[in-house]
Ligand binder design. Structure first.
Ligand code: DQA
Length: 144
């Protein structure tokens, strides 16, 4: 099985960016840890990060026929992007939405997600562990 992990804008700054909210782990180390976990479960994990909405849309299109399932932390685009929603629905690949912070306990504009109603599930608020929990949930779903 092959999964794709997508990270959206500003997540390349993890480790430096608002550590009180997002923790001190870098994206590189989150990706490396998840790749190790995935490998132990026999899953190949590709990782992609971009600050550009169109590049994220292109990567989702590219996943068609290549990837079985997607883990996505779309960052701020979660709350704004109809294009990302349409791309995910368009390729028809199951996905889990994830966030390091609990977006529902933050500003009101973070309470709405364009992705969550069609996601297999949503994981939010567990810091770097959200990635691991999202992976576990998605894998269980795919093995059902
Ligand atoms: C985030 C939450 C978003 O609201 C925010 O814009 C981010 C990070 C998270 O992982 O907690 O960039 O997706």
């Amino acid at each position: 099985m092959r999964f794709l992990l997508i990270n959206g804008p500003n997540l390349n700054l993890l480790g430096h960016r608002e550590p009180g909210l997002y923790g001190s782990k870098t994206l590189k180390s989150i990706e490396a840890d998840l790749q190790e976990t995935a490998h132990l479960d026999g899953v190949e994990l590709d990782c992609f990060q971009s600050n550009f909405e169109g590049a994220l849309v292109d990567r989702i299109h590219q996943a068609m026929g290549e990837v079985d399932a997607i883990l996505i932390n779309a960052g701020a685009y979660t709350h704004t992007s109809v294009a990302l929603r349409d791309a995910l629905l368009g390729v028809d690949i199951p996905y889990v939405e994830l966030h390091l912070s609990n977006t529902n306990s933050r500003e009101e504009f973070r309470h709405h997600s364009f992705l969550s109603d069609r996601a297999v599930g949503v994981v939010s608020g567990f810091g770097a562990m959200s990635y691991e929990l999202a992976f576990r949930g998605l894998l269980a779903h795919m093995r059902k």
